[in-house]
Design a protein around this ligand. Structure first.
Ligand code: AMP
Ligand code: MG
Length: 425
């Protein structure tokens, strides 16, 4: 895939296997991917402000974690050489080590130290026995358990070793990473700047919230679901409003969006074969490919560039907007944000508890509900009516049931693929 976007737009047939009228989902994804590269500017930020951002430099460990050998239990630290194989082991307690004690302690043969979780291991000790396993009698403990040497000890560097790469550039920062960075004493890191994403809805029929709905109008819901989906990423979101089907207004909005944002997303007005303003404008100002994707919902989709900005033209139907966002836009945003290899949304197979209606020939993303069945396993069922304008089906759903092109009607009890939306939606 070495063609430029300009070549592709001018002459789509220069690519083998290019089907603008029945573009398979996976192929469209690959096409888009070849034009994506991460933003370049970086900034240094306090760790807590980096949630969801992408690392712009490798992080090395400046110290061992943990930094010292310490006990994993409340118990007694001793030397495993003092353990008797056949008779009970008896040791004298010479002191107590609490977590946070910073003075080094030492034990000799036949001795032990009472030690709390996180307490620094005394010199001479290599093992800890948990307190529940010993009998305390005055200054002595006895126990019969045969412990493996090093049991219940956390050794310096066993989590991370000094000098080791802990997180690589291109890694998306999550909650565990904030803790990991803190455990290394790192208070600020270099991340890619926030990606700017502008979006607007198109259509003469759109009413905005606060307006009274006239006959023939619908409220603009796409801008709200898009806002919600985009809010899940650490992005700068720019809402450009609902724009009527007016050439001048659309042109101004499109150019303004492309000027200020890295990514422009629109909904509506990109149906293939339909003459409308968006297509005219995109042809005039950008290099944009229009596809009929072999999927349902989400058939019309456009991708390309307007100046420096990446452009995604999503269908108008409210469910199709969400489906195409998850299948095409999500991964693209992550790559542009700097993530080296975004993990695809996991897909796994479960039993479908109900019959499924489906025509062969295109991939369907039916809205599904994963539920815990009385037999103790997770199953899935469709949400009911699957119209691509029915947002309620999306609201009820916690997953997509992904049905491949070759699949037709299915009986209850069939294994189907599901893609979980939990945490994304
Ligand atoms: P279009 O792709 O512009 O032909 O729109 C397809 C369908 O989606 C039409 O029924 C539109 O009314 C509907 N639609 C388009 N944009 C929106 C929007 N922002 N909110 C709700 N419905 C929309
Ligand atoms: Mg429209």
């Amino acid at each position: 895939m070495t063609h430029t976007l300009t070549q592709l737009v001018a002459n789509p047939s220069c690519m083998d296997d290019y089907h603008p009228d029945a573009m398979p989902v996976a192929q469209a994804r690959l096409f888009i991917k070849q034009f994506l590269s991460a933003v370049t500017q970086t900034q240094i930020l306090p760790v807590r402000e980096c949630m969801g951002r992408v690392l712009a430099a490798d992080i090395f460990s400046a110290a061992n974690v943990p930094n010292y050998d310490n006990s994993a239990m409340d118990g007694y630290a001793f030397n495993s050489k003092d353990m008797h194989a056949k008779s009970p082991t008896k040791l004298i307690i010479i002191g107590t080590i609490l977590a946070g004690n910073t003075t080094a302690n030492k034990i000799e043969a036949g001795q032990c130290a009472r030690i709390m979780t996180g307490g620094m291991m005394p010199h001479g000790a290599d093992t800890v026995i948990m307190q529940e396993k010993v009998k305390v009698d005055g200054d002595y403990i006895t126990f019969t358990d045969a412990l493996k040497p090093n049991m219940n000890v956390r050794f310096a560097g066993e989590d991370l070793q000094v000098g080791q790469i802990v997180l690589t550039s291109g890694h998306l920062i999550r909650a565990a990473d904030l803790g990991l960075l803190a455990s290394l004493g790192i208070s600020q890191i270099s991340v890619y700047r926030k990606l700017k994403v502008a979006f607007f809805s198109t259509g003469d029929e759109l009413a905005s919230l606060g307006d009274t709905l006239k006959k023939g109008q619908v409220y603009d819901s796409n801008r709200y679901s898009l806002y919600g989906m985009l809010s899940r990423f650490a992005l700068e979101v720019i809402d450009m409003g609902a724009i009527p089907d007016d050439l001048k207004l659309l042109e101004d909005t499109l150019l303004s969006a492309a000027k200020q944002a890295d990514v422009v997303i629109t909904s509506g007005g990109v149906s293939v074969g339909e003459a409308d303003y968006m297509k005219l404008l995109l042809a005039k100002h950008g290099h944009v490919m229009f596809w009929k994707i072999a999927m349902k919902p989400g058939r019309p989709l456009a991708y390309g560039k307007i100046g420096q900005a990446h452009y995604f033209g999503l269908p108008g139907n409210p469910v199709a907007v969400m489906v195409t966002f998850y299948q095409f836009v999500r991964e693209a945003l992550l790559i542009l944000m700097g993530q080296t290899t975004p993990a695809p949304l996991p897909i796994f197979k479960v039993i479908c508890a109900e019959n499924i209606k489906k025509q062969t020939g295109r991939t369907e993303f039916q809205r599904g509900i994963l539920f815990f069945d009385t037999d103790g396993t997770w199953k899935v069922k469709p949400t009911g009516a699957q119209g691509s304008a029915m947002l309620s089906s999306m609201s009820l759903a916690n997953c997509f049931i992904v049905l491949d092109q070759t699949v037709g009607n299915l009986d209850a009890g069939s294994l189907v693929s599901v893609q979980v939306l939990h945490g994304l939606d």
